[in-house]
Design a protein around this ligand. Structure first.
Ligand code: PLP
Length: 472
């Protein structure tokens, strides 16, 4: 009676058993002879191995209707730290070397991160946005150019393109994987395309093979956004090492964090030197402080010695945390697979490791008595499972349109080209995904298998009571 992996079974049997487990007007309650022990026997005879602790008292109402929540304890907190981080920060403080030009922490981190990722070069940056901006700028992206990107991503991706006065060209999402649909990239390429920016969303991988093949065919550089995917792999090689550059974020919510922080990986020495110059106020890597010669346009997007010190300490935890996330995510997928209307994000075959920055699934309300996603999320949160609906349709954000209507954009592109952009800016699969998606954050995967069981249990409980909830 202990295991809790639910084997596949017919929906009708499942429905009956789930109703017996949760419904206030269940057969279990009506049939006085059928005690809990007998119920468990029946359930296991039907092919359902029930974990006793996961079976709530009969008649339990959803928490949002005043019942007892599935879970009352919080999920694991984030970030994790101990004396390793305290020492690293204090040592940096006491050294008085807070800037990368005076200390060695950033240099050390760059070396260690390149080694961990299997990359030749690494440049640390102030944050992930800087890493993307620096990459595009070093590749020469500018006014008049187009950059291909997915709409299912963080706003920074489109912002860096707009900051360089280039045009973002959105490629629709593959709803099964939540990743940019590589099969639709080629159709988005024009004579103006200057770069492709795929995103390894949620810690999973885009179809790297397909994207690299298209990029090679059209001789286009690739900037991989691996901000959510440190340690994720494509055919056993780390993502972020396939493109001309690979960009990472160490912002507070990310799997490897220093509050803010970022990095660029590259195999190309000339390109990473250009990146260095751009991020270091137009000055190259090996100049003494008396050298005021400038090489190219740039900004100050440097990482501090404090960030690097923190990252070196956090890196000692990354592998183990990633393993825990992956194991829990796999288990959660096996539990959610048994719930009709819950479709966990699929991984492409080439994705040999998922960093699980997010656990993502699609919620199909038809299987929940048409309960709207917002109500499902609210009910789930009431059960003690914090979940969000994730991104809205980025390509339809009014600020993008407003930017293209600005004086600068109008003078670069003209009315006709902006109009054509608008006519082709359509990602229907993504729009649907934005209405169906449900996200759990990476810290929720750092606990126990029991946590995963409670997530699945809460989802089931809501499904069984969906008709009552609709009226909330
Ligand atoms: C976090 C993130 C960024 C931006 O990184 P910051 O460090 O917050 O600037 C870019 N792209 C994706 C996909 C991200 O998740």
């Amino acid at each position: 009676m202990v295991g809790s992996r639910l084997p596949p079974f017919a929906p009708s049997i499942q429905e009956t058993i789930v109703r017996m487990m949760y419904s206030g007007r269940s057969r279990l309650e009506r049939n006085k002879k059928m005690n809990r022990r007998r119920f468990l026997l029946v359930a296991s005879a039907a092919g359902l191995v029930v974990r006793p602790a996961a079976v709530p008292a009969a008649g339990q109402k959803p928490a949002i209707l005043g019942g007892k929540a599935v879970r009352s304890e919080p999920f694991p907190s984030w970030p994790k730290f101990d004396s390793r981080e305290e020492e690293a920060i204090l040592n940096t403080l006491r050294s008085g070397k807070w800037f990368r030009g005076w200390g060695e922490n950033v240099n050390r981190f760059e070396k260690a991160y390149a080694e961990l990722m299997g990359a030749r070069h690494c440049l640390a940056t102030a944050n992930g946005t800087s890493a993307l901006l620096t990459s595009l700028s070093a590749l020469g992206v500018g006014p008049g150019d187009e950059v291909i990107l997915p709409p299912y991503t963080f706003v920074a991706c489109v912002n860096v393109i707009l900051l360089l006065h280039a045009l973002p060209v959105f490629v629709d999402t593959d709803p099964e994987t939540f990743q940019m649909d590589a099969q639709k990239v080629e159709a988005a390429i024009s004579e103006h395309t200057r770069a492709i920016m795929p995103v390894h969303l949620g810690g999973s991988a885009v179809d790297v093979d397909a994207i690299l093949a298209i990029a090679r065919k059209h001789k286009l550089p690739v900037v991989e956004d691996a901000c959510q995917a440190p340690l994720a792999e494509w055919r056993s090689r780390k993502v972020g090492t396939f493109g001309d550059t690979g960009c990472f974020s160490f912002q507070a919510s990310k799997n490897l964090s220093s509050g803010e922080g970022g990095a660029i990986l590259s195999e190309n020495e000339e390109l990473i030197a250009k990146c260095y110059t751009f991020h270091n106020n137009s000055r190259g890597r090996k100049v003494d402080s008396y050298d005021f010669s400038y090489r190219a346009r740039g900004a100050n997007l440097r990482m501090t010695e404090f960030q690097a010190a923190l990252l070196m300490a956090q890196m000692t935890r990354l592998e183990e945390q990633s393993r825990t996330r992956e194991q829990n995510a796999r288990y959660l997928t096996s539990l959610l697979r048994e719930i009709p209307g819950i479709l966990s994000a699929r991984m492409y075959d080439g994705c040999t490791r998922n960093a699980y920055h997010l656990y993502m699934f699609r919620y199909q309300k038809e299987q929940f008595a048409n309960l709207p996603r917002a109500a499902f999320l609210k009910a789930l949160r009431a059960e003690g499972i914090p979940a969000s609906g994730g991104y809205a349709s980025l390509n339809k954000e009014p600020f993008i349109r407003n930017t293209l209507d600005s004086r600068g954009y109008q003078s670069i592109y003209g009315k006709e080209r902006i109009k054509r952009w608008e006519q082709t800016n359509d990602c229907p699969e993504n729009d649907r995904l934005c209405e169906e998606a449900v996200w759990l954050t990476q810290n929720m995967l750092l606990g126990s298998r029991h946590d995963m069981e409670q997530i699945a249990e809460a989802v089931r409980k809501i499904q069984v009571h969906a008709t009552e909830l609709e009226r909330v």
